[in-house]
Design a protein around this ligand. Structure first.
Ligand SMILES: CCCCCCCCCCCCC/C=C/C(=O)SCCNC(=O)CCNC(=O)[C@H](O)C(C)(C)COP(=O)(O)OP(=O)(O)OC[C@H]1O[C@@H](n2cnc3c(N)ncnc32)[C@H](O)[C@@H]1OP(=O)(O)O
Length: 690
């Protein structure tokens, strides 16, 4: 049963017991209501305590139910909460652990709330493209200040009980304890037994504050980039301060119903489950145990090596940081310390925590110091000769059983593994820059990589807060390979007559954080140029990116040189249209007799995003990625693809694969053929994700 009922000393306890997170699915709601009625009808029961189990009070509604008849099946969560409201005996929520979404709404429906200080409380529905749908938008602003309610509901940010308890005038928490919330709640229950007027949050008023909501609305218009739920949530909070409770509740229910049936919530729920699905490595025999990783060596103290090291230091894992020159090592240590100091200055870290991290860091110029490391991650210059030397030295020094990982973003993991005497121990761990910030980790499985090494790389990535996705070996793995197609599609549109700004604006209005040309100017056009020049030398027949080469030959590397695809005023990152680039494009087009075209934003989006989809389909059919949802995770976590569109493959499903295929064919160069998987699915009316 998803609920456990017990009585002790005239207090009934209803314990949610629905693994894994006490989701409030239909059977759980039935159980709660039945147990509540039993308690209310029992003469020996004077009060009711509602609680969870383990680390979860409840993670909220069962998201897997949405879109199925059970989601709206009675008793709905609202019905259960109404029953709390109508109860003539005190109902006390004993919160210990995670209390999110509908779980908090349940607790808000109780008459009292007792919680442990470290419990985490949230209404994160906006992260799923929803609003709280069981009274949260109407009750929370009646018990905490409007700014806190906005932060929790409009932005979905969790709070600790400890912080909420310190809010002046808060009515959310009646008692905060260090532990044993149930014991404290049972004791509290005896004190409130027989109280004449049971407090109900719905009877309180939510103070209005127009200035706060206006400021929040202004910020949303700047940041929401097309997301519907945050604005809807803010509207509901405003209604909580202006409408009678029942009217606000009704508006909330209608808003929830509309959002849960919409594309954005479907996409965001897909993103939620896709990130969790990516943790499972298909085809792995059951019971494969990860190799132990308790100490880490990082080779290279540059931008990537330093960022990678910080991930492990943040997780309390000792790091030995190796460099070849003392000045590079010193610089790397200084950058790490400065990054932590910035966090201290922002109040995100205290000085003691900074020092704890630095105490875990062992800088060295000698490979012998990584001899006992369980995992060694190479993060040196992206050149096979340099990596060859590093892996030869690591192979000669690292202990047997150590995992040897490369952070390479483009080079062949199998070729790197072949440098060593232990190819089974070699794996790719491609962090994304800035490595201590970006959550995506591509774990690249070489043909010899052993299962326990692969599991260790994925589990270690999760320990340091990364979202890991397994990739096979190919040029660019999953993300950069698709990025190359996307960038090539952008160049076709640019060469045919669009400006960098037209392309970037179209893509940013679609929801990506930055368009391809503003992104190139930020990253540095010289990086791609170096890769192209190496490829031109190695493969003379490879296609030229002439316009980009011409731009780089002018020294226009982007923001760092004051100009790239755009011009930048000194000290400014604002991308300004560039007359130099305009004339470069004009002469380039003239030299090729290009018939100029004009492009509507939708056309630009289709060309670039569908190019991603076609390459993603090839990556799937080649087995480089195991799931379409893994590709979505890569692009949302590593390349700024809007989560409210679910990733490129989910978006293609939403648009319709036949539409995607038709659009690709319309602009295809002679001889080009779409991915056969895409053709087959479009023909069969199938989808990538469902
Ligand atoms: C057109 C018809 C209209 C009908 C309208 C319907 C009317 C009905 C109205 C209904 C009103 C409902 C109002 C309430 C809404 C909600 O509560 S929405 C959900 C809000 N909650 C969340 O967003 C929390 C989501 N979960 C998390 O953030 C994290 O899981 C966690 C709780 C912080 C725990 O993290 P961690 O310890 O890292 O564990 P995970 O790996 O994330 O999760 C473990 C497994 O549990 C699964 N899971 C987690 N949360 C949920 C959930 N809410 N529902 C279902 N499943 C959940 C997760 O997928 C993992 O599963 P496995 O991968 O299989 O292990």
């Amino acid at each position: 049963m998803p609920t456990q009922y017990s009585v002790a000393g005239n207090v009934a306890t209803i314990r949610l017991d629905n693994s894994p997170v006490n989701g409030l699915g239909h059977s759980t709601r039935v159980g709660i209501l039945a147990d509540l009625r039993r308690a209310l009808e029992s003469p020996e029961v004077d009060a009711v305590v509602l609680t969870g189990r383990g680390e979860f009070f409840s993670a909220g509604a069962d998201i897997t139910e949405f879109g199925t008849p059970n989601a709206a099946a009675e008793p709905s969560l609202q019905t259960v909460i109404d029953a709390f409201d109508a109860a003539d005996k005190p109902v006390i929520a004993a919160i210990d652990g995670i209390c999110f979404g509908g779980g908090l709404e349940l607790a808000l429906g109780a008459h009292f709330r007792v919680a442990t200080a470290d419990s985490r409380i949230a209404l994160p529905e906006v992260t799923l493209g929803l609003v709280p749908g069981a009274g949260g938008t109407q009750r929370l602003p009646r018990v905490v200040d409007l700014e806190t309610a906005i932060d929790m509901i409009v932005h979905g940010n969790p709070q600790t009980v400890r912080r909420l308890a310190d809010l002046p005038g808060q009515r959310l928490l009646d008692l905060v304890v260090d532990d044993d919330a149930v014991g404290a709640a049972s004791q509290f229950a005896r004190q409130v037994t027989g109280v004449q007027h049971l407090p109900r949050i719905r009877d309180l008023a939510a103070p209005d504050n127009g200035a706060v909501t206006e400021a929040a609305r202004k910020q949303l218009h700047q940041r929401s980039r097309g997301s519907l739920a945050p604005l809807a949530a803010l509207d509901l909070l405003e209604k909580a301060t202006t409408l009678p409770f029942a009217e606000g509740l009704d508006t909330e229910r209608r808003t929830f119903a509309a959002l849960v049936a919409g594309e954005q919530s479907a996409a965001l729920r897909h993103a939620f489950f896709a990130e969790r699905a990516a943790r499972t490595i298909p085809g792995l025999p059951r019971g494969i145990r990860s190799r132990v990783v308790e100490t880490v060596g990082v080779i290279g103290a540059g931008t990537m090596g330093g960022g990678i090291a910080m991930n492990f230091l943040d997780a309390g894992i000792p790091v030995t940081l190796v460099e070849s020159k003392s000045e590079s090592l010193d610089r790397g240590i200084q950058v790490i310390r400065r990054n932590y100091q910035l966090q201290v200055d922002k109040g995100k870290l205290d000085a003691a925590a900074l020092q704890q991290r630095m105490d875990l860091l062992t800088p060295t110029l000698d490979y012998v110091d990584i001899a006992d490391c369980d995992l060694v991650i190479e993060a040196v210059f992206e050149d096979m000769d340099v990596k060859r030397d590093v892996f030869a030295a690591v192979d000669a020094t690292a202990k047997p059983g150590a995992i040897l990982a490369s952070n390479t973003s483009t080079l062949d993991i199998d070729a790197i593994a072949a440098i060593t005497s232990r190819p089974g121990d070699v794996v790719g761990m491609h962090f994304f820059s800035p490595a201590n910030v970006m959550t995506l980790l591509e774990v690249v499985r070489g043909k010899e990589t052993t299962d326990d090494v692969l599991v260790a790389a994925m589990e270690t990535g999760r320990r340091v807060g990364k979202i890991g996705v397994v990739s096979g070996v190919c040029d660019g793995f999953i993300g950069n390979r698709m990025l190359a197609r996307y960038q090539a599609a952008a160049k076709v549109v640019l060469n045919a007559g669009a400006t960098p700004a037209q392309i970037d604006d179209a893509i940013e209005n679609f929801g990506l954080a930055m368009g391809p040309f503003r992104m190139a100017d930020l990253a540095g056009n010289d990086i791609g140029w170096a890769i192209r020049k190496r490829r031109y030398a190695e493969q003379p027949e490879s296609p030229r990116d002439a316009i980009s080469d011409a731009l780089c030959e002018l020294g226009r590397f982007g923001q760092k040189t004051g100009g790239g695809w755009y011009d930048y005023e000194a000290g400014s990152r604002v991308a300004l249209p560039s007359p130099t680039v305009d004339s470069l494009l004009a002469s380039f087009r003239a030299s090729r007799d290009t018939a100029l075209q004009t492009f509507e934003p939708d056309e630009i989006v289709q060309r670039l995003i569908f190019a991603l989809v076609d390459e993603g389909a090839r990556i799937l059919e080649e087995g480089i990625a195991s799931r379409a949802s893994d590709i979505d995770v890569v692009y949302m976590s590593g390349y700024g693809f809007p989560r409210h569109r679910g990733g490129p493959m989910f978006y293609a499903d939403t648009v319709g694969l036949d539409t995607v295929l038709t659009a690709l064919r319309r602009v295809a160069p002679p001889g080009w053929e779409p991915a056969s998987l895409l053709v087959r699915l479009a023909r069969e009316g199938g989808t990538f994700s469902r």
